[in-house]
Write a protein that binds this ligand. Structure first.
Ligand code: SAH
Ligand code: SF4
Length: 354
């Protein structure tokens, strides 16, 4: 039977070694391949991209494995130069978004976990397009490799090395748990991209079983939970996919997560003018988070074609923030909307290019 060529980015280092062992090849060659994949940032199984491998090893690898680097369908820079957004084409032609951000001296890659999303958040461009498919671990890893390659030519490489990952692109990462965690393991490998777990943030819309699983497995990542409303009714209206998880269960899961990992959670709140930006709503949120280790991130809405809401204006944003800070003692930041001119809101580039 013909073997299906495995995608090298799907494998952990140990699995790559086992593959070589199965092929009857010395594992030292597997280590060289790993080095070329994650230090050399290879994009193909060729002598040029994977130097130093004996030809018979390279041939065996080319016959039994594949390496797929997504093609760039579109790359756009924000006018302020802080954000570069890629629309990447996968093997099957599906398009996903990956964003390279440079804020306050830090380089961060924002990666997608699914093509589309099943949660249907009304204000989100990805939610508006619906769910297409999960990404494989290798397709998540390849996005980070793509960004790392883009940085490689930078003038001061050490400062511009990829150190931070946010799983905040298209899709709901906890709806694709296994592939996401496999990708995280590969990204963290100390002999590879070596990303520190505390520099990886996973953002979820609140998939309760996934949060509990993160807690059980004590995954060392940072967790962000998108709330947008502090009542079940309010959340159900903005996030149709969250109807199945009552907000009490969600907050109980968050509590369990913080207790078992000792970590505080970032709570995200997309601010929509006249919809969820009043001081009363800030108080509801403050009460909901009382006693939990929490930090709130406010994100003024990025307008999308499929939703008529508008971003909150500066004054309501400031008031919302000061209620949380002053009345509830909650740390609360407002995410700057850099890159808005390139439609840097999740899924917006894919929609515009369609
Ligand atoms: N599915 C995950 C992660 C991807 S979305 C989640 O929902 O958390 C990442 C963040 O971007 C979420 O907090 C989401 O609410 C926010 N977001 C999506 N579309 C937006 C828009 N048009 N304007 C502002 N924030 C948006
Ligand atoms: Fe999916 Fe997140 Fe967009 Fe909601 S905000 S539709 S969960 S990607």
């Amino acid at each position: 039977m013909e073997e299906t060529p495995v995608n090298l980015h799907d494998l952990t280092r140990n699995e790559l070694r086992l593959l070589f062992a199965r092929w009857g090849l010395a594992t030292v060659h597997a280590d060289t391949v790993w080095n070329r994949l994650y230090l050399g940032l290879a994009t193909a199984i060729t002598e040029k991209e994977m130097p130093g491998l004996p030809p018979r090893i390279l041939n065996r690898l080319a016959a039994g494995a594949r390496l797929t680097s997504p093609g760039v369908a579109l790359a756009t820079d924000s006018t302020d130069g802080f954000t570069r957004k890629y629309l990447l084409a996968l093997e099957d032609g599906r398009k996903i978004e990956t964003v390279l951000m440079r804020y306050s001296g830090r380089v961060t890659a924002c990666v997608s976990s699914q093509a589309g999303c099943a949660m249907g958040c009304v204000f989100c461009a990805t939610g508006q397009m619906g769910f297409t498919r999960h990404l494989a671990a290798g397709e998540i890893v390849a996005q980070a490799v793509h960004v790392a390659r883009a940085l490689r030519g930078a003038e001061a490489p050490s400062e511009h090395r990829l150190r931070n990952i946010v799983l905040m692109g298209m899709g709901e990462p906890l709806h694709n748990y296994d592939a996401v965690m496999r990708a995280v393991d590969i990204l963290r490998d100390p002999a590879g991209l070596a990303l520190a777990a505390e520099r990886i943030t996973l953002s979820t819309v609140g998939v309760v079983p996934g949060i509990l699983r993160l807690a059980r497995e004590r995954q060392p990542l940072h967790l962000a939970v998108s709330l947008h409303a502090a009542t079940q009714e309010g959340r159900a209206a903005l996030i149709p996919g969250a109807r199945r998880w009552p907000i009490d269960e969600l907050m109980a899961a968050c509590r369990t997560y913080s207790e078992s990992t000792g970590r505080r959670i970032f709570y995200e709140w997309t601010l929509i003018a006249g919809r969820n930006d009043s001081p009363e709503e800030a108080r509801e949120l403050g009460r909901l988070l009382r006693g939990l280790p929490a930090q709130v991130n406010l994100i003024p809405l990025n307008p999308t074609g499929g939703y008529e809401g508008e971003p909150s204006r500066a004054e309501p944003v400031r008031r919302f923030q000061s209620v949380l800070r002053e009345e509830f003692g909650l740390p609360c930041t407002v995410r700057q909307r850099r890159g808005i001119d390139i439609a840097a809101g999740c899924g917006q580039l894919a929609v515009n290019a369609a």
